[in-house]
Design a protein. Sequence first.
Lengths: 518, 490
Amino acid sequence: MRYLALFTLLTTSSLLAQDGKDLYSIYCSACHAPDGKGASNGLFPPLARSEWVRGTPERMIQIVLRGLQGPIQAVGKNYNLVMPPQGATLTDEQISKIITYVRSSWGHQETPVTTTQIKTARLQHPDQTSIWDAHKLLKHYPLEAPKKNPHRINDLLSHIHHGKFKSLQELRASEAENVEEEKEGFISLDQSDRKNYFGLVWNGWLNVPQDGRYHFTFSTDDGGALTINGQEIITRDRIGPATKPSRKSINLKKGRADIKIEYFEYSGKEEITLFWHGPEVNNQPLHKKKPKKRTAPSIPLVPPTGEALIYRNFIAGSDARGIGVGYSEGVNLLFSAETMALDLIWTGKFINAARHWTNRGQGFEKPAGNRLIPLNRGIPFNLLESQTTSWNSKADPKLAPRFRGYRLNAKQQPTFMYEFGDLSFTDEILPSGAQQLTRTIHITIPKEAPSDTPLYFRALSGAPVTSTGERSFTFISEQFSLEVLAPSPLPLIRNQELLIPIPLGQATQTIKLTYTWK
Amino acid sequence: MKFIHPLTLALTLGSSIYADDRQAEFYLREEIPTPKNEVLELGSIAIMPDRKIAVASRRGDVWICEGAYEKDLSQVQWTLFARGLHEPFGMFYRDNSLYLTQRPEITKLTDTDGDGRADLFETITHYWGIDGDYHEYNFGSDPDKEGHIWVVQCLTGSSKASPESPWRGWAFRYSLDGRQALPTCSGIRSPGGIGFNHVNDCFYTDNQGVWNGSSSLKWLKPHSFQGNPTGNRYAKLLDLEEPPNPQNGSRILIERAKDPRIMPPAVIFPHGKVGNSPTAVIYDSTAGTFGPFQNQVFVGEQTQSQVQRVFMEKVNGIYQGAVFKFLEGFRSGIVPMRMGEDATLFVGGTNRGWAARGGKKFTFERVRWNGKTPFEIHEMHAQPDGFTLTFTEEVDPTNASNPASYQVAAWTYIYQKSYGSPEVDPVTPIVKSATVSPDRKSVRLVISPLTLGHVHHLNASGLKSAAGKTLWHPDAYYTLNEIPDSEKKR
């Protein structure tokens, strides 16, 4: 209540004279653009023509008051941004003026909104203390479906025929493979299960609004025919492109008129359009318009020939400090600069950067390639009292991990540098062909070893390890193997782990491994 | 006398994007071509020796530009220095290396073999937590005199602080060798830039949102609290004193009185009127060769694609001052800025994720002064009973001594957990007298009442210079944190 009381204090003199357009200009136009089309050429969601503005104002009031986030679609385009809440910034009066302005601008003709409606809306959804998630808001205030098309084809059925039809006769001689109900009431070639060598036959009925003469415009690639009330009025019995539609007129009585559309496609391009026009029917399409292609953005990262490419971002399979490396040989890795573990390796494509390089970059992106092998998550070096001591995922304070960076060779391939306590490591991972990585870990050990407790390197974890030799193992798949090369210490398998003991008596130690996909 | 409303200015800006075409009389803004087929969404600019400029992009690339000072910008040469960094904001050159604050760490990039490309990436520190939320931005400064890099660490999602992601909402100082990590200020929300003024005090911009009624420029006085208690939970990790816990729905002035560790914003940028998202903080380090604003602070503005000008003074030990509109017409949302050689201001921009008037996805531009002085309010000083304005040119004394040439409105903001605040507790002060100094370069205004803690908006569109010009920017927004006890000499 304190909150509302403060609003009554609001009579900021410098704001009194503002109308909805002024307020929109100050508070909204930076993102939604002065013309409502969305700033930066529509990079931001438009309000003009938007279904989010139409119908009940409550949805829009809630968005203005509490903000909106998460993926949405508006006027046929996808967005995933955050609208900050304005409820604490703007008064009831300002919000009502802005919303009323938007609802009556750029072609919108929606009812005005009162300050009482804003006041009421503030009290609704008391549990919604954070920004609305779009899907949650839409559960409360769904978008109104586009108006039902009164002139669609009723009880429309599609019959799919398979065959290399070059004429109507051949189509009519065949049996339908499948029959489907098309509830939308529009014919569409999407209703076929193939692109070439097929036919489609539709039937249903039109609701003729009044007695009169009706015109039909029909176009096909390849051929087809249009039959109204049993009378074949258009015949396109040919193979060829859709250019030059056929037009015919027919007298119809008010009420039901049966319609049958036949169509066949030999090969190549395919297309069908059908319009009708007459009293109360204004050049109405009876075919479904092709939906605008919504291609997910794609920015595939490809390492230059002979080089590696580093991608530091949020990559699924590691933590937020993951470092992705793609090698032009066709192998890839994901190293954690948090735990110093080689978390994941894979073959094929590296990664698609579109998630992070379009919009604000939320979320973890999966590697784009295949044959993903999660090697080991969590701290890879640990002190173990005995070989039965379980692996502690938290770092021993004496052995706190510290990432020191990486050095690139002439091929831009990194050698990672890190420390665990006083031990310093270099970790070089290089491709040897398209199916193998060779890894060399050098450890520099100070004179005073950090502990009498033995140090272990956990090379694999999280799945059963199968020994195929003293130094050879398969993991995750029989097609993937790890080899611990001599003179690295001999490894040992325990429950879903492969450990390599590291003697600390010498000044340096080297562990050499290969990871191989068969 | 018609009150010419600040709104008129905002509206003109809204309807036609760059209304005042006077900028070209004083400043030349030029776009610098960026490397072909590269998306160079600038987040950082560093000045290098040999008249080179390094820039870092939000995609994580570092490019070096040669020719950015030359007359013919079509001849600039770009060299790729590094790829694969994680959304860096803040980069500087020192001793043959570039230091760069990126999302997970501060990194020192060195070209050790002299082939023009970085081959050694040394992690200076990765002290702070990150959890995969895109909003955990970090903005790093240049090193201060003690060799510390100041980093402001945005809250998770700009409003949260989770145990998995420590030290969000704090400013730290990190030594260049990474050995020292000094917790410096608590109370950060969502920074847009960081930098020093001419006496080496560190400032950052914080954006309107939770506990920020409006965006502002804040002074990172060590051990002060910047206003947002969300990150307080981390204090115990280093056994630090619990930062202040302000009362929700109060006023900064009231909460400051209860706990003096609360540092009020030095200069508030009233939301919508001055800008929407302030970013880079630099100061005019030229010897007056970028116009008459030596030692004043310039602040980037992402949404409006502008640069604002800030005059600050210290009253009772606290920074405060006024923001004025300054440069505009940039082609994307301004994020980094740098004053380079030859009094060349470099600005970079991006609009990815946040709309900007400029409309382009990214931009790299430079601005130079052409030597002509604009008629502007130069400085605005608080006085016990009003303000002293100084001007870049002599004023017309008839006009300037008429109190009706000035209009003042004052207001403050609710200090609250909700997102932003309306302008509240409005006051309409009266200009009682306006006294022109003998040199006609300043005017002493007596205003009643002065309201402690309020933003005082002064509009002087009625004013004329001795040469008959009106002010290029007639609006000033002064944040009155303190009222001086006695007359200040200007």
